[in-house]
Structure formats: structure tokens, C-alpha cells
Design a protein around this ligand. Structure first.
Ligand SMILES: *Cc1c(COP(=O)(O)O)cnc(C)c1O
Length: 943
């Protein structure tokens, strides 16, 4: 026997486990079973994965990827333009970025098992609030450029002025401008780029956006602009930089209404474009229409402070097409890293880093000026724009010297200094210009713009400055949370599968981590080779013609896909097509994305089996035939069923001139078995953070590639502003870097390269098998809401727990919280059907873990039976009081109608393996009524 294949490590149930499950379901073989689940008419041919068909061993895959990495060249970056060199403190690198306790966690929708990451994100919000001088900040945005676009639409939503005109300062990062223009167009917002911001005062507009410090490096005082704008009811948006704000008067102090930016330079590697956490902070008046997730303080059932996500009624899960944005997966892991950077350095450390960067920049400016190099900007924090005779010759010389400068135009180059810039780097830089150090004035920040106000005064930023303290703080927080390193997280639609260690290793290789997104092509040969291979792998998996990896979450893939559909219709003279059909069961991002491209959503009904109601679909397609733009459909359905009618549905939409958007979040049921590009889809997004092994990071990062059929390839996104153009017909950019969050692509590359075609196909089969095994076993306790006619489900199933509401007063919440006492993360709650639980085990859960979960359900059902039988009071039973904290169970007083032992150890196996939730049930309503979204004052704990 050779050593075990990676596929056999990834797919936990082995042959004997599989036969046990098949036997339980009454099938003789896996293939017989799969034939019963996946409709014949959509089964695919073989998946051609080229050199990856057979699947590499872990060692061979690493060696193969190493060849790509070695083709990248890491130069010293002075490019800046939103991305700066930074030292990731080793204690954060190893204990956050490389630690599965952090990176395998899910979005903190279940707050009781998420207090650690919620605290880290609350620190993040406090850090942003302090540095920007604003009232409130959210828990991360996808990137700086999309955050700027979201700020634009936020300002429009809140504006009382009757116009759609938006002014943007000319001195802004080009990628930010391009995203703003992409986003503005379908919404009918007119973007005016202006050198003279007074234009925004003398003309109509709803808001004006400035960059502070500006893209050229200049420091401008916008306080008069803000005063004049406010007098007219116009909003002022500032794109800013956190390190600069350690030295500069905060935008809040000079009057900005919304501040956005990137936190990358707080310890997060370049990664050739991402992932990094962007931020958004606003004045109080904007908080209820702010996009993205927001962590807030509430109380638990014991009256103790407890954290949870706040104001969720703004989000697309509830508000659908009226949501404040389509952002679902954001950048939690990177936000956590950035916040920990601030916790570790503290305000004084950050001030020192910022002051040093500024001092070095001033010394470079003085030396260059003395050498008769024209420095265009007269003020700066860290960036200089230089006028030169021959920029291209200079770039060439810089590359030879191992340096990258910012490319501006034939006569200008830019230089940005950062935390990693050394004296030797400055020397090399000056040598390029034949300059030598001269005496200089260290502080060139104009007096009116100097920061006088304090920041990060909360104890959390002033305590953990030794490595031991930091290490223990990180451990303390991660110990509070349930992530995949402790338990299965059976979240339907979210596909929480193994994130294998070998897949994670290359992420922190410098040849992947230390590449600036705008580095010249000659330095990124290996990156682009890997990217091409991932694109080809995904083309093979989906049956489409081409893929763009630019969107940095599924929601962004949806947005890109709909823009592509729109552009296709326009190219055929049918720009009037603006109706988007969306089944009622769709994920909230679908209608929210449709709204962002200006489409009108028409809801299609589902029938009593949970399938798309084909008659209703036909009627609506007919009714809107002339204006039908698209259908957005999830397959297999969000109800967890392979609908046989899918080909008929696609044909119907095509017959009426519409395009079919297949939401690919459920691709984990399909890889190797059927392919949306083959059964009728025109466009799909995938979630690489679901199907293709990128970890969820506690709510991001993600990658949401947009995949298209051949007739749409020409419309894939570009990033013209930095010279990335796939095709002149492409839609504008949808993310700030050409390949989005390229830094985590090695994970997907490794996953596919190691699984091979047979491994991937088997993963789909076992994912479906495990889901059906769970469905069958759980159905003895609770009904499964939807199945196909033969009683089978796809890779997930909906458990209908609504019945016990009537018989015992037990809600879906009670069951979800009680599962925590068993050490489980609850399944997806109330999506797509209110009051139910949707379970998705994935192929990488061992049979023993599935059985542990089934036992938990059986035990919970028995407890409910006790309530039904009147043996336990309706208001005093282990479900109503779940989860039980150690403090509650160990208290001297115990007044409940059930024993302590039942509270804490409902099954014997918990005696050797117990997770204690750090807080009792969190009160959501209290938190929203008493909205508080920054660090808890210490006095609160003393009280
Ligand atoms: C997860 C999911 C999305 C959104 O993807 P994000 O990466 O979170 O933006 C869209 N549709 C479905 C069905 C999903 O499960």
C-alpha cells in the first residue's frame, strides 16, 4: 500500500462508514445511491482537470506550488496607493492567521459561542472610531474601493436633497474611482470628478468624496469644505489611512460624515491584493442605514454584558432588495488581525510607527529636493509625487535596484514609505536619484492638521503589550469560541468543510504574501500561472467557458454576474430588460444584488414540495417577457433538493430572452456530478470559502468567482485604472485589485490539486450521503421538511422543528441554544424557512461526529417530550435556559425543575469533552434598543 491519499484524509467517512450509511438508507452502493439523488438529465461527463486529474499528494502539491511561488519576485515596495508594507507581529501571525481556532470559525450569528471573535471585532470598531474620530464603525468592509462606493450609496440613502450628483476629488486612488463609477452607473448616479472641490459647493450634489491624505500624498484641510457642505445638507466622505491618522487631525474633528479606508497596513500582508479588511465609520445619524455587520453590546440572561451582531434588520437576510447592502461574507479574520495589531502596539506604539514613517518621508523629500528632483506635493504624511524626465527609465532602474515605485504617468512617479522601510531602503531609493541625505525638518505636517486628540485610551489597547500578555489574550478569546477545530458546524448553505493544513501553509509564504497588487507583471509570473490554473480548474468544475476571480465574496460575484447580464442585453440593443425573477426561497444576497444593479425583483413562488413553482415561473416569465433580464436560481435548491425541472426552468427563461444566473453556493453537491454551465446556466458565482476549502475566518475572507458561458466571456470584469484589461467590452472593476483576494487562492489551488477529479467527485457523493444519513436518522425525531419524491435530499436538509412550538412551546432558538450545551454549533436557523434548522454536514465530518450530532437531537427531542408530558414546566426546562454557563451550573443556588447534571452533561460523553459557553442566552432586543457598539467601559464590569 502507498501512503494515504489526500482525498482519504479530507473525506472523513471511509468505505466501511459509507457502507454503514448506505445500509441505513437502503442502498447497496454509493453509485446506485447517487443515481437516485441526482437527476439523470443533468449528470455530467468527466471533469477534465489536466495535470491535476489524479490528484497530487500533500507533499507533491506543495512542491508543485513552490515552483509557482519561486517565479514571483519580491521587491521592496514603494508603490503605496492603498497597500503598504507592514510587519505582522509574529504572535499574531501564528496565533491568529495560522491558527484554526480563529480561521475556521463561522460568522458570529450564534453569539453565545462567538464571544471571542465578537470581542476582537468590537475592538476593531473601537479602533476605527478612535482613529477616525467618528461615532460608530462597522465590523469590516470588503476593500477600500467598494467601501467608498458603499459610502456613496449610504450618503444618497440618507440625503434629503433631490439630486443624484456625486462629486469626487480628482486626487483619489484610481482603483477607488473606477469602482465608484462602476457602482454609480446602474443606479443613475452622476459622478463628477473635480480638481476644485468648491464645485461641490457651487453646484448641486448630494455628497462629495475626498481622500485624506490625498492620492498624491498631499495633506489638505477640508474643514471649510465640510462646513459649507453641511450648510447645504450635503455629506462629506473621506477616504483615509489609519497610520496617517495617528499623526493627523481626525476626519471627525474636521467634519467628515463618513470615513472609509483600508486596515491592511495594520499587520496584514499584501497578498497581491487581499484579503484585507476595509472599514467604514460614520456619524451617529447614519448608523441605521450603514452597510455591513456591526457588533454591539447587549446583556445575557444573567444580566451580564454579552456581545452580538446588532441591527440585523438592516441586512439582506431580512430586508431583501431593500437591504442597506448585499455584503454577507466580509473580512472578519483580517479585521481581527488589524485590531490585534493595535492591541499589541497600543496608542504609543502606533504613534511611534506613524511618526517614524513620516520622518523618513520628510528626509527623503528633503534629500530629493536638494538633488533637484521636483517633489510635486508640498505636504505629506508618507507619500511623495515626483516629477521626472523619464518615468519608464526610472522604473527600470528601480527594478534593477530591487525597488518598485508607483507608476503614475510618463513624467510622474510616486513613493510611499511604510513601517518596513529601513535606512538601507532609503539609501537605495536616494541612490536612484543621485541624492544624498541632508538635514531636514522632521515634522512638516501643517499645524492645523496635526493630531492633538487622544485615541485608543481604552484599557484593552493599553494592556497586552508584552508577548506573553498578547499570547494569553488571544488564547483567552479563542477559547470562548466554537470553531471547526472543536466541532462540526453543520450550517446549511455555508458548507463548513475541512480547511486542510497543507492548503493553508502557502498563504504565508512571502512569495505569495509580500506581493503588491500593482507590482509589474514581470514580478508576478508565478501568481498569474497559479491564477490561470485555478480558473481552468473552476471552468472544469462548473462547465462554463471562463472565470474571473476578482469578486471578493459571493455577493460580489452576484453583483458582477448581474452587471455582465445587463451588459449582454445592452450589447444586443435590449437595455430595457430589467426584471429579475427570484424564487421566494433565495438567499438574501440575490435580491440585494439585483437592487444594486437597478433591476426590479419579481418573486417566484415555491410549491408545497419546496420546488420552484414551474407554473408560476412560466406565468411570470410570460408576463414580463419583453423586459425579462434574468432568473436567479440556486441549485440544488436552498431547500436542499435536486429539482428535476431545472432544465425546463432554464429553457423557459431563455425562451423569453432572459439569462439564467445559477447561484453556485451549493456547488458542493455538484462538483463532478453535474455542472451549471452544462444544464442551462449562463452565469454563476462560486463561494471558494464554501465549496473550495477557503476557511470562513469568523465571517470572511471569501472569494466569489464569477463564471460565465462563452457568449458572456467578453464582459468579465477589468480594472482599467491600473491597466488590467481582459477585454475591451468588460464591465468595470468590482474589486480594488485585478484578482481580488489573490492571497488566499493558494488554498483552493491546493484543495483541487490534491483532491483530483475522482477525489472531488467522491467528496460530492459523500457530502450527499452524509446529509441523507443525517436526514434519515433525525427524521425519527423531527420531520424533514422537503425531500425529492423518493424521499432523498441533496447535500443539506431542513429539519422542521416548528411542531414542538405548539406541543411544548419550544422554539427553534431554544433548540439552537441547547445544542451549545452539547458542544455543537447550531445549524442554519430560519433560512430558507422561518422556524426551521438547515443542516449540512459536508464530506469531511467523521461518522462518529455525525452520530454524536444525531444523539444530541435525539436527547433534545426526549427533553421536549418531557415538557409535552408535563414532566418539565414549559418555562423551566433545559431548553428554555440554554445555554448553561459554568457559573450558572456551579452556583450555590439551583432553583430549576431539572437537575444540574442534565443542564451540563445531558449525554455521558460530555464528561470527557465539555465546552462551556462563556455567556448565557444573549438578549438581542435589549442590544438593539440600547445600541452600544464600542468597547465596554471597565466600570461596567465593576458594577
Ligand atoms: C453564502 C451564500 C451567498 C453569499 O455569499 P457570500 O460569500 O457570503 O457573500 C449567496 N447565496 C447563497 C445561497 C449562499 O449560501
Amino acid at each position: 500500500m502507498t501512503s494515504t491519499t489526500f482525498a482519504a484524509r479530507h473525506i472523513a467517512p471511509d468505505i466501511s462508514d459509507q457502507s454503514h450509511m448506505l445500509h441505513t438508507l437502503g442502498y447497496g452502493s454509493l453509485d446506485e445511491f447517487i443515481a437516485a439523488v441526482v437527476p439523470d438529465n443533468i449528470r455530467r461527463d468527466n471533469m477534465a482537470l489536466g495535470e491535476f486529474t489524479r490528484g497530487y499528494s500533500e507533499e507533491a502539491a506543495i512542491a508543485r506550488l513552490r515552483e509557482h511561488a519561486d517565479q514571483n519576485k519580491v521587491l521592496k515596495s514603494f508603490i503605496g496607493q492603498g497597500y503598504y508594507g507592514t510587519h505582522t507581529p509574529a504572535v499574531i501571525l501564528r496565533n491568529v492567521l495560522e491558527n484554526p481556532a480563529w480561521y475556521t470559525a463561522y460568522t458570529p450569528y450564534q453569539p453565545e459561542i462567538s464571544q471571542g471573535r465578537l470581542e476582537a471585532l468590537l475592538n476593531y470598531q473601537q479602533m476605527i472610531i478612535d482613529l477616525t474620530g467618528m461615532d460608530i464603525a462597522n465590523a469590516s468592509m470588503l476593500d477600500e474601493a467598494t467601501a467608498a462606493a458603499e459610502a456613496m450609496t449610504l450618503a444618497l440613502r440618507n440625503s434629503k436633497l433631490k439630486n443624484d450628483i456625486f462629486y469626487v476629488s480628482e486626487d483619489i486612488f484610481p482603483q477607488t474611482l473606477e469602482i465608484i463609477q462602476t457602482r454609480a452607473k446602474p443606479l443613475g448616479i452622476e459622478v463628477r470628478v473635480s480638481a476644485n472641490l468648491n464645485d461641490a459647493i457651487t453646484n448641486d450634489c448630494f455628497a462629495v468624496l475626498v481622500q485624506y491624505p490625498a492620492a498624491s500624498g498631499a495633506l489638505n484641510d477640508y474643514s471649510e469644505l465640510a462646513t459649507a457642505a453641511h450648510a447645504q445638507g450635503k455629506a462629506v466622505i473621506a477616504c483615509s489611512d489609519l497610520l496617517a491618522l495617528t499623526q493627523l487631525k481626525s476626519p471627525g474633528e474636521w467634519g467628515a460624515d463618513i470615513v472609509i479606508g483600508n486596515t491592511q497596513r495594520f499587520g496584514v500582508p499584501f497578498g497581491f491584493g487581499g484579503p484585507h479588511a476595509a472599514f467604514m465609520a460614520t456619524k451617529d445619524a447614519f448608523k441605521r442605514s450603514m452597510p455591513g455587520r456591526l457588533v454591539g453590546v447587549s446583556v445575557d440572561a444573567q444580566g451580564n454584558p454579552a456581545l452580538r451582531l446588532a441591527l440585523q434588520t438592516r441586512e439582506q437576510h431580512i430586508r431583501r432588495e431593500k437591504a442597506t447592502s448585499n455584503i454577507c461574507t466580509a473580512q472578519a479574520l483580517l479585521a481581527i488581525m488589524a485590531s490585534m495589531y493595535a492591541v499589541y502596539h497600543g496608542p504609543d506604539g502606533l504613534k511611534k510607527i506613524g511618526a517614524r514613517v513620516h520622518r523618513l518621508t520628510s528626509s527623503v523629500a528633503a534629500a530629493l529636493t536638494a538633488a533637484h528632483v521636483a517633489v510635486v506635493n508640498t505636504t505629506w504624511f508618507d507619500t511623495l509625487t515626483l516629477k521626472v524626465k523619464d518615468a519608464s527609465a526610472l522604473h527600470h532602474a528601480a527594478h534593477v535596484a530591487g525597488l518598485n515605485l508607483r507608476a503614475i504617468d510618463a513624467q510622474h512617479v510616486g513613493i510611499s514609505i511604510d513601517e518596513t522601510t529601513t535606512a538601507a531602503d532609503v539609501h537605495a531609493l536616494l541612490t536612484l536619484f543621485d541624492a544624498v541625505p541632508v538635514h531636514h525638518d522632521a515634522d512638516t505636517i501643517p499645524a492645523a492638521l496635526r493630531r492633538e486628540s487622544a485615541f485608543l485610551t481604552h484599557p484593552i489597547f493599553n494592556t497586552h503589550h508584552s508577548e506573553h500578555a498578547m499570547l494569553r489574550y488571544l488564547r483567552e478569546l479563542s477559547d470562548k469560541d466554537l470553531a471547526l477545530d472543536r466541532t462540526m458546524i453543520p450550517l446549511g448553505s455555508c458548507t463548513m468543510k475541512l480547511n486542510a493544513t497543507s492548503e493553508m501553509l502557502p498563504v504565508t509564504w512571502p512569495e505569495f504574501g509580500q506581493i503588491h497588487p500593482f507590482a509589474p507583471n514581470s514580478q508576478t509570473v508565478g501568481y498569474r500561472a497559479m491564477i490561470q490554473e485555478v480558473e481552468a480548474m473552476l471552468v472544469a468544475a462548473t462547465g462554463y467557458a471562463a472565470v474571473s476571480l476578482q469578486p471578493n465574496a459571493g455577493s460580489q460575484g452576484e453583483y458582477a454576474g448581474l452587471l455582465i447580464i445587463q451588459k449582454y442585453h445592452t450589447s444586443r440593443g435590449e437595455s430595457h430588460r430589467n426584471i429579475c425573477l427570484i424564487p421566494s426561497s433565495a438567499h438574501g444576497t440575490n435580491p440585494a444584488s439585483a437592487a444594486m444593479v437597478g433591476m426590479s425583483v419579481v418573486v417566484v413562488a415555491c410549491d408545497e414540495r419546496g420546488n420552484v413553482d414551474v407554473a408560476d415561473l412560466k406565468a411570470k416569465a410570460e408576463q414580463h417577457s419583453a423586459n425579462l433580464a434574468a432568473l436567479m436560481i440556486t441549485y440544488p435548491s436552498t431547500h436542499g433538493v435536486f429539482e428535476k425541472s431545472i432544465t425546463e426552468i432554464c429553457d423557459t427563461v431563455h425562451a423569453h430572452g432572459g439569462q439564467v444566473y445559477v447561484d453556485g453556493a451549493n456547488m458542493n453537491a455538484m462538483v463532478g456530478l453535474c455542472a451549471p454551465g452544462q444544464f442551462g446556466g449562463d452565469v454563476s458565482h462560486l463561494n471558494l470559502h464554501k465549496t473550495f476549502a477557503i476557511p470562513h475566518g469568523g465571517g470572511g475572507p471569501g472569494i466569489g468567482p464569477v463564471c460565465v458561458a462563452a457568449h458572456l466571456e467578453q464582459f468579465l470584469p477589468n480594472l482599467n485604472a491600473i491597466g488590467y484589461q481582459r477585454d475591451a467590452h468588460g464591465i468595470g472593476a468590482v474589486s480594488a485589485a485585478p484578482y481580488g483576494s489573490a492571497g488566499v487562492l493558494p488554498i483552493t489551488w491546493m484543495y483541487i490539486a490534491m483532491m483530483g477529479a475522482a477525489g472531488l467527485t467522491e467528496a460530492s457523493k459523500v457530502a450527499i450521503l452524509s446529509a441523507n444519513y443525517l436526514a434519515k436518522c433525525i427524521s425519527e425525531h423531527f420531520p424533514i421538511l422537503y425531500t425529492a419524491e423518493n424521499g432523498l435530499v441533496a447535500h443539506e436538509c431542513i429539519v422542521d422543528v416548528r411542531g414542538v412550538k405548539d406541543t411544548a412551546g419550544i422554539t427553534v432558538d431554544d433548540i439552537a441554544k441547547r445544542l451549545m450545551d452539547f458542544g455543537f454549533h447550531a445549524p442554519t436557523m430560519s433560512f430558507p424557512v422561518a422556524g426551521t434548522l438547515m443542516i449540512e454536514p459536508t464530506e469531511s465530518e467523521p461518522l462518529a461526529e455525525l452520530d454524536r450530532f444525531i444523539t444530541a437531537f435525539a436527547t433534545i427531542r426526549a427533553e421536549i417530550a418531557q415538557v409535552e408530558a408535563g414532566e418539565l414546566p414549559a418555562e423551566d426546562n433545559p431548553l428554555k435556559h440554554a445555554p448553561h454557563t459554568a457559573a450558572v451550573v456551579c452556583a450555590n443556588e439551583w432553583t430549576h425543575a431539572y437537575p444540574r447534571e442534565q443542564a451540563a452533561y445531558p449525554v455521558a460523553s460530555l464528561r470527557t469533552r465539555k465546552y462551556w459557553p462563556p455567556v448565557a442566552r444573549v438578549d438581542n432586543v435589549y442590544g438593539d434598543r440600547n445600541l452600544f457598539c464600542s468597547c465596554i467601559p471597565v466600570s461596567e464590569y465593576e458594577a
